[in-house]
Every structure is written in structure tokens, then in C-alpha cells.
Write a protein that binds this ligand. Sequence first.
Ligand SMILES: C[S@@+](CC[C@H](N)C(=O)[O-])C[C@H]1O[C@@H](n2cnc3c(N)ncnc32)[C@H](O)[C@@H]1O
Length: 225
Amino acid sequence: MSNVGTGPGPITPDGSSVDFYSLLRPGAEPDLVAQVTPPGGSVLELGAGVGRVTHALVERGFEVVAVDESAEMLARVRGVETVLGRVESLRLDRRFDTVMLASQLVNTVDDRSRRELLGSCARHVKSGGSVLIQWMPPEAHDRWHVGMGREDGDVTITMAAVEQVSPGIFHATMRYGHGEDTVWTQSFASKRLTDDELAADLTAEGLRLDRFLTEDRTWVVATTI
Ligand SMILES: C[S@@+](CC[C@H](N)C(=O)[O-])C[C@H]1O[C@@H](n2cnc3c(N)ncnc32)[C@H](O)[C@@H]1O
């Protein structure tokens, strides 16, 4: 299953709606970055989208470079250097205090792609710096069910479909609603990685799983070995 999205406006190759992500506000991400980054430090944000988090990081005084494969997403990012391209093949030849890989990109069902994503994190982080990864932990996959969701301002986010199609491989569709009748969907595949599997992939790319930053374990800090 390849990721796919529906709804008004441009949709990225991974099924994300540019207009939908423009409606969302930053959550805890800027605080989490501040916990692992020196004041005024450099941050490489991989899969930055429209800059939902980027802009908040700039307000906090961080020096951010925003990377995304979607030109339509990056066109909405303001006030920072943007790089159009895929994370896997990114080679900036410079290193950052913190590299952030959010949006559960690491839960890709393509094992080689996961290794390449983590390899990109490793070659862009300073020695002693932090790689901040947002993943979907195994116990969160186990709680997935149709109808679960949340509200974010005037946006509703609901899991419309979910199926474990083979051991540890999930196909899911999220429904995003806004106002009376604007609806987007995003269908994606997700691999239920165990802690050991994530740690092994990190180690293979020269990184070490250091700690979980949040109680729900969705944010992982890895460091250089
Ligand atoms: C779900 S959106 C979230 C954007 C942003 N991280 C946020 O939380 O607001 C995921 C973004 O990652 C980008 N993306 C997904 N896979 C990518 C890849 N392999 N390389 C570069 N960008 C990617 C998509 O184009 C999209 O803009």
C-alpha cells in the first residue's frame, strides 16, 4: 500500500494535505526541541511540511533548516533556509545540534527506507548532538481502533479505518474534518516496530537510543555513538 490522500488543495506524495497541515498549530514540539538543543542552536527539521513547528522554533531563537520533498509545502515556510528533497538522499555536508525526524516517518514499512532515514539523521547531527524522532510505539499501535481521535482547534482528527494486514503491518486511514463540510483523508501503512528493532536500526546507522522524552514514549532521543 502506498500512502495516499484525498481532499481539496495540493496533496503531497505521502498523502498529506497542504491546506490541512496549514490549519494545525504547533504542539509540544518546540518545548521538546528546547530540552535537547542549546539556546540558539541549530536544528535540521526533516519533513517540515508547511512550517507548523519550524516557525515556532524560529520564534524560540533556534536556527532552523527545513527539508521536505513537497515544494507546495515548503512554499508556505517563512524566514528559514528550505531544502527541497527527500530525507533519505539528503547530503548537506554540515551538521546540526539537533536533527528532528517527526510525523512517524520512521514507522515506514520499507525497512531499507527506514535505515536511510536514520542514516540521514546520523550524517547531519554533530557529535554529541541529539536526534529527536517521533515514532508510533508498539503499544500505541495496539490501541488503534476505528473512531479514535482528537480535536485540534476547529479541526477533528479521526481514525476512519485500520487493519493489521500481516503481523506488525497496519494499514490505516485518518479523516480530517474542518468546518461544516471540508474533509481530507490520509491513508498510510505503518510498521509496529519494537523498542529492540528501533534500537537495532539506530545502532546500524551509528546512533544510540538514549531515552524517551515523553511519558507516552512517542518522542525518542538518539545520540551519536
Ligand atoms: C504529515 S506531514 C507533517 C509535517 C510536519 N512535520 C508537521 O508535523 O507539521 C509529513 C511531511 O513530511 C514530508 N515527507 C514525507 N516523507 C518524506 C521524505 N522521505 N522526504 C522528505 N519529505 C518527506 C511530506 O511531504 C510532508 O510535508
